[in-house]
Design a protein around this ligand. Structure first.
Ligand code: GLU
Length: 345
């Protein structure tokens, strides 16, 4: 099996620490395994996605030295690599699921959904879609399609509850009951796919073997597994890296200061220092060795050694790691880089 991994950022801002670490782990795993590192831009959210963010993310990755084998600017056999250019594929898979009876059109309006949601909350229930449109007959569907605006497409979750579980490379066995999920939306009424649907169509279509991403996506994984099952598609392995906390124990955010890799560059952090520090945010070789170049990491990185516990972002550690890399540079290189930095600032 040839390993194929992907980094799939949504271009809604800069490349931040969490995303950069995800990109790095995917890159390193591909290099260690002699596999392929794919960059896919998840830009289906038209309101929040910008070209400037795409450029910022690509620049951040280049700065870190994380070259991609397939993706924007390089192409590849599994393209296009922007989700907005893959609409035909989502439509095709949506039709396939609908024809199989695993998806159905939903005509409920946002106002109706909101009203029912409020009622459910008032009754102390978890708000979820009540499955109303699932029961419509073929004739009713045809009539409502002809009459009104385009419906959304919902996934028909299994009638009989099933276990949805996977052996996570980082966290071990993770299991959910399909009962906790509702008939979630695959394609919105504006025709755009939701993240969960587009992600599975692309991971299947791009022959992704390992999905390495942040643990904020764990609750999406059972939905995605159900889609794989419905499609009869082979499953990738999943690895969910822990979240990154600020020194106060709260999830790392702008409140904690610089969070984009670019901003660290502006502060004088070398890409070598940043890469090394990011690698150690939730991964260790042997608990002793702390200094690595990217080339060294490409030889020793092991996904099984990614720690499931939250990693704490320690600025003092970043500065120390960076200082070690600064010392390692030969003098002419160090001077050149300092002059570049001064000129830019
Ligand atoms: N676009 C998603 C994100 O940026 C990708 C998640 C995934 O890797 O599946 O969070």
């Amino acid at each position: 099996m040839t390993v194929r991994v992907r980094f799939a950022p949504s271009p809604t801002g800069h490349l931040h620490v969490g995303g950069a670490r995800t990109a790095l782990y995917n890159y390193l795993f591909a290099r260690v395994m002699g596999g392929t590192f794919v960059l896919r831009i998840e830009d289906t959210d038209a309101e929040r996605s910008t070209d400037a963010s795409v450029q910022a993310i690509l620049n951040g990755m280049r700065w870190l030295g994380l070259t991609w084998d397939e993706g924007p600017g390089v192409g590849g056999a599994y393209g296009p690599y922007f989700q907005t250019e893959r609409r035909a594929l989502y439509d095709e898979y949506a039709q396939r699921l609908e024809a199989m009876g695993r998806a159905y059109p939903c005509f409920c309006t946002p106002e109706e959904l909101e009203a029912r949601r409020t009622e459910q909350l008032a009754r102390g229930e978890d708000p979820r879609y009540d499955g109303r449109c699932r029961a419509l007959s073929v004739e009713e569907r045809a009539a409502r399609r002809a009459a009104g605006p385009r419906p959304a497409l919902r996934f028909a979750r299994p009638e009989v509850a099933e276990e949805v579980a996977w052996d996570d490379v980082v966290r071990g066995r993770v299991s959910f009951s399909s009962e906790v999920l509702d008939d979630f939306v695959l394609v919105r009424s504006d025709g755009l796919p939701t993240y969960n649907f587009a992600c599975v169509v692309d991971d299947v279509g791009m022959a992704i073997t390992h999905v390495i991403r942040g643990d904020d996506h764990i609750s999406n994984t059972p939905r995605q597994l159900l889609i794989y099952r419905a499609l009869g598609a082979p499953l990738p392995l999943f690895a969910h890296a822990s979240m990154i906390l600020g020194p106060d124990g709260k999830r790392l955010s702008k409140r904690h200061g610089a969070t984009s890799v670019e901003a660290f560059g502006d502060l004088g952090i070398l890409p070598e220092g940043m890469v090394n520090f990011l690698a150690l945010l939730g991964w260790a070789l042997d608990g002793k060795t702390e200094l690595f170049t990217l080339a060294e990491l490409e030889k020793v990185f092991a996904l099984e050694r990614v720690n499931p516990n939250p990693a704490v972002f320690d600025t003092a550690k970043l500065e120390w790691v960076n200082a070690q890399h600064l010392k390692r540079l030969d003098e002419s290189d160090r001077v050149a880089r300092v002059l570049d930095w001064l000129a830019a600032h």
